[in-house]
Design a protein around this ligand. Structure first.
Ligand code: TXA
Ligand code: MG
Length: 343
């Protein structure tokens, strides 16, 4: 299969590109497109065979369900049932935006492969002009996971998608860099109080300001039990070299570099501008130390950059858990498999 990457901006014939995307999707194919969080790999969510192609292209386990993307707030009623009142408040405040809601699934509409046999469905309305235009032109819901090969970080640029899915997807809509950089917050509103299954672009603080207490799901320690967000049981975003989280302190980092270099190993650091050190073999900046948003938007790119080096070890500088910091540290926990650099 040939893969075309089409830049979608004001300078080119966008109508032709959208038409091409809609044609591919309506004939049961898959298309990669940008959202405000990360790039998605979409198929029409009511077409089970088309959705199956997503799992094949990604190499994704079929017991990990997908998020359904919609172009209008009111579409929620087409795909979910027993919608709790709180949904309306959340939708009004945060859609379009990086919040995925888990609700009871309306039977017989969304294909069963999308929800991996669950009785619930994950729905979100993305806040990105290209995603929204595509959804509206298509006038169908799109099942779309992140457009990476399974086990790689989610793509925040079209080139990341191209790298992972060359020959596996016919069309990539290139909308430049995504904004948020981490996947949407997943909120289970089938339970009271609601539970954050995956922290993301909409923070716990933002949710609680609006609807009161929400709980944060903890990772199941027993890997055989059914986790509430099925994707949580997979180690995600594992870079090629082992990744260790390290404290935001110049002395700690200097000491770590000395220790690792003494073992003749090379080190790539993912860290803020302020902690840059030329003693690292590679240093990938995640922006100003006080901007958790900057770290969120550049983290996955930095992990991919580390994969392009010959580093034996990656050190990633931690941030605190407030705001989107919770989502950043959740992803770093996964990438490091819980490892911290100890002196
Ligand atoms: O920002 C995002 O959410 C991106 C963009 C493309 O929209 N999508 C994304 O999809 O991150 P994906 O497939 O990489 O992650 C979807 C997560 C998985 O962890 C999956 O287990 C969970 O959503 N999920 C999907 N349906 C669910 C359900 N009914 N109940 C619980 N978790 C569900
Ligand atoms: Mg993903």
């Amino acid at each position: 299969m040939d893969t075309t990457q089409e830049i979608v901006d004001n300078l080119v014939d966008n109508d032709r590109i959208y038409e091409q995307a809609v044609d591919i999707l309506k004939s049961g194919g898959i298309v990669a497109f940008p959202t405000e969080t990360v790039y998605g790999l979409g198929a029409i969510a009511t077409d089970g065979q088309a959705v199956q192609r997503i799992f094949e292209a990604k190499g994704r386990p079929s017991d990990n369900p997908l998020i359904v993307h919609i172009g209008n707030q009111s579409d929620i009623e087409k795909y979910a049932t027993d919608i709790p009142e709180i949904a309306e408040v959340l939708v009004k405040a945060f859609w379009p935006g990086p919040l995925t809601l888990i609700m009871e699934k309306k039977p017989g509409v969304i294909a069963d492969v999308v929800t991996a046999g669950l009785s619930t469905v994950a729905i979100r309305m993305p806040d990105h002009p290209i995603a929204l235009e595509l959804l509206r032109k298509l006038d169908q819901p799109l099942a779309a996971p992140s457009a990476n090969r399974s086990g790689k970080p989610s793509p925040t640029e079209a080139d990341h998608v191209y790298h992972d899915l060359l020959g596996r997807v016919p069309l990539i809509l290139d909308g430049g860099e995504t904004g948020v950089g981490l996947e949407s917050t997943i909120l289970d509103i089938t339970v009271t109080p609601p539970v954050i299954l995956r922290p993301g672009g909409i923070t716990k603080e933002q949710l609680e300001d609006l609807i009161g207490t929400v709980h944060m799901a903890t990772l199941p320690t027993d890997q055989t039990s059914a986790p509430r967000a099925p994707g949580m049981k997979y180690t995600h975003y594992a870079p090629e070299a082992p990744l260790f989280v390290i404290g935001p302190n110049a002395d700690t980092i200097a000491h770590a570099l000395e220790t690792i270099h003494r073992q003749n190993k090379r080190v790539a650091i993912i860290g803020p501008d302020e902690l840059y050190t030329e003693r690292a073999d590679w240093y990938f900046s995640t922006g100003p130390i006080n901007s958790r948003e900057a770290m969120a938007s550049s983290l996955y790119k930095a992990i991919r950059q580390c994969d392009n080096t010959k580093a034996d070890i990656i050190l990633a500088v931690e941030t605190d858990l407030s705001g989107i910091g919770a989502a950043v540290m959740n992803r770093l926990d996964k990438a490091s498999d819980g490892k911290r650099f100890m002196e």
